[in-house]
Design a protein around this ligand. Structure first.
Ligand SMILES: Nc1ncnc2c1ncn2[C@@H]1O[C@H](COP(=O)(O)OP(=O)(O)O)[C@@H](O)[C@H]1O
Ligand SMILES: [Mg+2]
Length: 304
């Protein structure tokens, strides 16, 4: 398989006391959406900044599009685009200004820049509003201006650091559909988020990072199809202790979770038992959040 990013024992220490990245090994396949998920401070931005050649690792190695980030950053930079976490558009420029001048800065000729600019703005549904001041745009549109800048350069690899932060639920979904469209056009996207629904909606592959370490790299479909359990039963009631007989666990007062394969006999048995105990049962599919909480929450609980 062809990889856009290959990280080997990648480590970053900002100060002596703490490793922001601790021996990270990660491979990002080309032409996919790869989500790096983790809590605040997990190391997501540090990873993207190293891969984006803005920050050097303390040790280990990262190869991006076949080139080493430390020895050959100049070979990487023309082929990637970054939307940093803190990026904001300035109110007194227009989407056209942003995207056109960015294309020119990336070395694209004036004629070609006009063409790619129209294309990028249309892809992100900003063409009609291209001459409005950013001041007049919604938060979702402003974020789309940043993403259209990232694609106008024709970069093969886009690094988006928490692109939907601060957006309302509808704007987030719109942004997701644009991101999916970009990938179909052949780009590779690495996106960081701490929103599980965002990773579920977008990712082909997900890496969970916690305190600088990669805890797991998974195919999202594997998680959503169950990863060992294809159904989750949530039980509510005064006495839920009986769930342990079915491998269930109590979550918080009066609530319990049972993971099951789709076994009708057992399900029926649980329903009967729940009724006897005066409990209510709801069925749902497993989510990435279940998986994340189990992995990261488990560690947090152990250390607290
Ligand atoms: N420039 C910096 N100097 C010192 N420590 C930093 C710096 N940037 C990040 N850190 C620390 O590194 C860790 C990882 O941060 P970061 O990569 O920003 O995480 P995330 O993006 O997942 O929230 C955190 O403990 C953070 O406080
Ligand atoms: Mg961050």
């Amino acid at each position: 398989m062809d990889y856009a990013i290959e990280a080997e024992n990648l480590t970053k220490i900002y100060s002596k006391s703490k490793k922001a990245l601790n021996s990270v090994n990660l491979k990002v396949p080309k032409g996919r959406i790869f989500c790096l998920i983790g809590r605040n401070g997990a190391g997501k931005t540090t990873f993207l900044r190293i891969v984006g050649t803005q920050l050097e690792p303390t040790s280990g190695r990262a190869v991006v599009l076949g080139h080493d980030v430390v020895t050959e950053p100049d070979k990487i930079r023309p082929r990637i685009s970054v939307v940093p976490q803190e990026a904001k558009v300035w109110n007194f420029l227009t989407p056209w200004d942003y995207v056109y001048y960015y294309a020119r800065l990336r070395g694209i000729s004036a004629g070609e820049a006009r063409e790619t600019c129209v294309e990028a703005l249309k892809k992100l549904d900003l063409y009609e509003d291209r001459n409005k001041l950013c001041l007049q745009l919604s938060g979702g549109m402003k974020q789309r201006v940043l993403v259209s800048m990232a694609i106008v350069s024709g970069a093969e690899l886009l690094l988006l650091d928490e692109p939907s932060i601060g957006l309302d639920p509808i704007s987030r979904r719109q942004l997701w559909s644009y991101i999916r469209r970009i990938v179909k056009a052949g780009h590779t996207i690495v996106l960081t988020t701490h929103y599980m629904d965002e990773a579920e909606a977008l990712a082909d592959n997900v890496a969970i990072i916690h305190e600088g370490e990669i805890l797991s790299v998974v195919d999202i479909n594997q998680i959503l199809e169950g990863n060992g359990s294809s159904m989750i039963l949530e039980v509510n009631g005064n006495d839920v202790s009986w769930v342990s007989a079915y491998g269930g666990e109590q979550v918080i007062g009066g609530k319990a979770k049972i993971k099951l394969d789709e076994d009708e006999k057992i399900m029926l048995e649980i329903m009967v038992k729940a009724r006897e105990k005066g409990c209510r049962v709801t069925f749902r599919r497993p989510t990435l959040e279940d998986y994340f909480i189990r992995l990261v929450g488990g560690i947090e609980l152990e250390s607290s």
